[in-house]
Design a protein around this ligand. Structure first.
Ligand code: KG4
Ligand code: ZN
Length: 338
């Protein structure tokens, strides 16, 4: 079989992205991140769909141009079917369907969460390839899951969050600290200058592979309210230490459950994925599992952590290898499960 060239399209949340992949090699990966949400503390769905509508054509053009191919060389189009915001997903889905009609090439539907995990299959000369079975801690703005990946299309979710996702916890607590959306990367940066042992917030007490982050958020809120009563400038004066202490708590909760999953399954190949896998503390802590639990650790390249179409294109490529196509009746599904 000829190595396919696939266009990947991602529009599930607030990033409009297009990528071209040749086999498992990424030729281009263009991401237009929407700035309109910065001051709202979260993504405004209506604004997100409008921005996708504006961005999708130029982003796809740029991806084709940067890959140095012509539209006619595209063998298939992979798009994010879900999960995500329905108005955002509809833009990418409709665009992918129209382009597949006009180019007369097959369509491949992709689960966004599977995309985050499959980013580990993108060809990379500097990283050793991941092998099955592996556990993936997928941590993003909408999801927090530990997934047992037995094979490309055989995945079991071992546990998820009962309330907020890890990225959501970073964003919401960041908002309490006065940081713009998305607060995760800013909080990570500010934490570098802070003392992570200055404040302590309670970890959730949960049996089994489950996460919960709303309690941490509430305890930070009450703590800040109490301190601000005594000193109205409390946050400004202690921002670095506050950020570092919050970050330490969230990452500790993630690593604790990841270790439990390792002990439960005996699987020692460990990957992290999703926007929060860009977090420097998570990256450092997960690497420690090499020594403590004799694990092999797989950390994605930074550009493939937050939402991007390269991860959609790689799923497309692997589904193409297995001839898993869909047709023009395909539709967006905001709650699409892996
Ligand atoms: O995977 P992603 O781009 O979108 C979703 O699928 O949700 O993840 C976005 C999330 C946001 O909550 C953002 O604050 C968080 O990932 N994030 C980070 C970092 N970079 C992105 N959180 C903590 N530290 C970071 N360095
Ligand atoms: Zn994502």
């Amino acid at each position: 079989m000829k190595t396919p060239i696939i266009l990947g399209i991602e529009s599930s949340c607030d990033d409009t992205s297009a990528a071209i992949i040749h086999g498992r090699k990424i030729l281009s990966n263009i991401v237009a991140t929407q700035k309109v949400h910065e001051n709202y503390g979260g993504v405004v769905p209506e604004l997100a769909s409008r921005a996708h509508q504006q961005n999708i054509v130029p982003v796809v053009h740029q991806a084709i141009y940067k890959a140095n191919i012509s539209k006619k060389q595209i063998d298939a189009i992979a798009f994010t079917k879900g999960p995500g915001l329905v108005g955002s997903l509809l833009v990418g889905t409709s665009f992918a369907k129209s382009l597949s009609m006009s180019l007369d090439v097959p369509l491949i539907e992709v689960n966004h969460m599977q995309g985050h995990i499959f980013a580990h299959f993108i060809e990379d000369a500097n990283r050793s390839p991941i092998t099955f079975p592996f556990l993936c801690l997928t941590v993003s703005g909408g999801h927090t899951q530990i997934v047992q990946v037995n094979n490309y299309f055989d995945m079991i979710i071992l546990g998820e969050t009962l309330d907020d996702a890890a990225g959501e916890a970073f964003d919401k607590i960041g908002k309490l600290l006065g940081l713009n959306y998305p607060a995760g990367p800013l909080l990570d940066k500010i934490s570098q200058e802070g003392n992570e042992n200055k404040y302590s917030f309670p970890l959730p007490k949960l049996n089994g592979i489950k996460f919960s982050f709303s309690g941490i958020k509430t305890s930070v809120l009450y703590f800040l309210q109490k301190e601000i009563k005594k000193n109205s400038n409390f946050i400004n004066e202690n921002l670095n230490d506050l950020c570092a202490s919050v970050q330490k708590t969230i990452i500790k909760a993630l690593i604790k459950k990841l270790k439990e999953a390792i002990h439960l399954t005996g699987i020692k190949n460990i990957a992290i994925a999703g926007g929060v896998s860009a977090n420097s503390k998570l990256r450092t802590e997960v690497l420690k599992l090499k020594e403590s639990d004799h694990c092999k650790i797989f950390i994605p390249k930074l550009e493939y952590t937050t939402d991007n179409a390269a991860m959609i294109a790689i799923v497309g490529s692997i589904k193409f290898e297995h001839q898993k196509f869909t047709d023009l009746s395909a539709s967006a599904n905001a709650r699409y499960k892996i």
